[in-house]
Design a protein around this ligand. Sequence first.
Ligand code: IMO
Ligand code: MG
Length: 421
Amino acid sequence: MSSKLDVVLGLQWGDEGKGKIVDVLAGRYPAVARFQGGPNAGHSLHFEGHSFVVRSIPSGIFREGSTNIIGNGVVFDPVTFREECGNIAKMGIDPKEKIVISKKASLILPTHRLLDAANEAAAGKGKIGSTLKGIGPTYTDKISRNGLRIGDILAPDFKEKFEKLKNRHLGQIKALNYECDPDQGEKEWMDALEFIKGFKLVDCEFFVNEWLEDKPMLAEGAQGSMLDIDYGSYPFVTSSSTTVGGACTGLGVAPSKIGRVFGIFKAYCTRVGSGPFPTELFDETGEKLRQVGHEFGAVTGRPRRCGWLDLVALKYSVMLNGVTDLIMMKSDCLDDFDTIKVCTEYEVDGQRTSRLPFDISNGIEPVYTEFPGWKSDLSGIRKEEDLPESFKNYIKFMENYLGVPISIISLGPDRDATIER
Ligand code: IMO
Ligand code: MG
C-alpha cells in the first residue's frame, strides 16, 4: 500500500508557526519536503534550549534520521543555504547526509536580488514590501522560460548561461535607473555553488514518488494562503502557489497522493510588508499583540502589523486547501485580554457578507464577535482537560464556524508546548 503526502500550510499571511509544527510532526514522518518559496521564509524552531530559524532547509532537519527534500517548486539561493548548513552543522548534524535537492529547483542569482530591490525602488509607494531575497524575479524568469535550475550547474556551458541571464538582468536594472554594483555577491555565490555540488542532487519527482511507495512524507508550505499568487491579496502577494496545489506541482506528486492537510493559523492575524489587512489594529491593542507575540520578522526583523483573527479570510483558506486538520497557534498570547474579538463577517457597501470579496483593500468594515478573555496563563497547560472553560468555548465556536476540527493547540514556541486532541 502506498503512503500519503500530508501537507502543512499557513492559512494567513505567513508567520503562523509552520516551523514549530513541522518540527513537532516530523517525529512521525521520516521525510519533510519544501515545495515552494525560498529564503523569504523564516521558520522558527525551539527545542531543548536551542532556537533556530530555517529558510530553505525543511524544518524536519533536527529530527534524527530524517530526510529533507528541497523540491522543484522552490527558488534556491546557494549562499543562504550554505549559511544555514553552517548553523546546523554546529549542532553536529551533517547536512549532506540529510538533505536532497531537486535538480529542477530554480536558482536565485545575485542579480535577481538586485532586480528585486530595483523593482521595489521603482514601485515607490506601491511597493510590495518584499523580503528582497530575489523571489519575485526568480519566479518571473522561471515562468518566462529564462531561468536557471540547480541541474544546470553541472553542465559545461553553465558559465555562459549565467552570463547571459546576468546581462539580461543588468539591462532590466538599468532600465529602472537603479544604481548598483553589477558583480555584487557574485564571487560568494559561485563559491557556494561548489558547496552545493557536494549534495545529492536528485530528480525530485522520482525520489518523492518512490519514497511514497512505502513511507509517508510531510510537505512543508512556506508563506500563507493570503500570500498565494492566485488567491492572495494580489498584487501584494508572494510569487508562488502557497496553497495545496503547490505541493503537487512543487514536488511532482499527483493530487490523489495527498493525505491530510494541516492548516495552521494564529489566534490573531499578522502581516509583514504592504497590502490589505481588513482587521488590522492601529491602536494599543495592536501594539500589545505585537509585544506579547514578539511579532517581529524572523527574516527581516521588521515589526509585523497585527490585528484580530479574521475568520472570513480563514474560512476562505480552509476552502481553498481542503484543510482536514486545523492547528491553532499562539492562543497563549491572548491570556491577558479582557475581551477577545474575532471577525465573522465583513460589511461592504452596507451589506454583510462572509465571502471574501474580490478586492479587500478598501471599504471593508469587519464585524466582530466578542468573547470574554480567559485571563489565565495557558502556557504551562499540557492537557486539554486543564484548559479554562471560556477558552474551550472559544475553540468550539471556531470549529463550528470553520467546519473543521482543531486537532493541535500550540501554547508556546517550544516543541513541548503542544496539546494534541
Ligand atoms: P514564512 O514562510 C510572512 C511577504 C513579504 C511581502 C510579500 C512578498 O516565514 O511564513 P517576497 O519576498 O516573497 O517577494 O515578498 O510576502 N512574505 C512573507 N510574510 N512570512 C513569510 O514566510 C513571507 N514570505 C514573504 O513580507 O509582503
Ligand atoms: Mg516568517
